[in-house]
Design a protein around this ligand. Structure first.
Ligand code: HEC
Length: 132
């Protein structure tokens, strides 16, 4: 094989990898969906502490950790509650940082959370289910 061809192949592989942005590959919301931006913001800003399947996030996977936020698959959130939580740092204001996202971004995340949170809310959580 000629060297030029090998270089072209390596380049193509590198580009392919770069195309899937970090933390975004698990998002199940289509990029044509108006909530896609909110999903991306959630995956990049909230994923460390909250599980939410639509954004492909798993929290820290350790419920014993003090910073671990509620699993949002199991909570139904209204738009107002989600926005309140973002602006005030959860409902207690103790652990979750305030204003991780602000303005239009905060609204986009709140809309996304209101629509996609609570997908497992009917199921009662079983012991052992939290830690895969
Ligand atoms: C450092 C960890 C951390 C980060 C980052 C974080 N949260 Fe939280 N979040 C928490 C904790 C802990 C709670 C529960 C305590 C409380 O309500 O004060 C919480 C509570 C919430 C609640 C209320 C849930 C309920 O029903 O009680 C919502 C909604 C929420 N977070 C959304 C978000 C969104 C959206 C982001 C990203 C912009 C985010 N969180 C980022 C830790 C975090």
């Amino acid at each position: 094989m000629r060297p030029v061809l090998i270089i072209a192949m390596v380049l193509a592989a590198a580009l392919g990898l770069a195309a899937c942005g970090f933390g975004e590959e698990m998002i199940s919301v289509s990029d044509k969906d108006p909530n896609h931006e909110g999903a991306v913001l959630f995956a990049t800003h909230c994923s460390g502490c909250h599980t939410l399947s639509a954004a492909g996030t798993q929290g820290s996977g350790n419920r014993g950790e003090r910073t671990q936020g509620p699993n949002l698959n199991q909570r139904v959130e209204s738009y107002d509650d989600a926005l309140y939580a973002i602006q005030n740092g959860g409902f207690s204001g103790a652990i979750m940082p305030q204003n991780i996202v602000v303005g239009e971004e905060a609204k986009a995340v709140a809309k996304f959370v209101a629509k996609y949170a609570g997908s497992e809310a009917e199921e009662s959580p079983r012991p052992g289910q939290e830690n895969p």
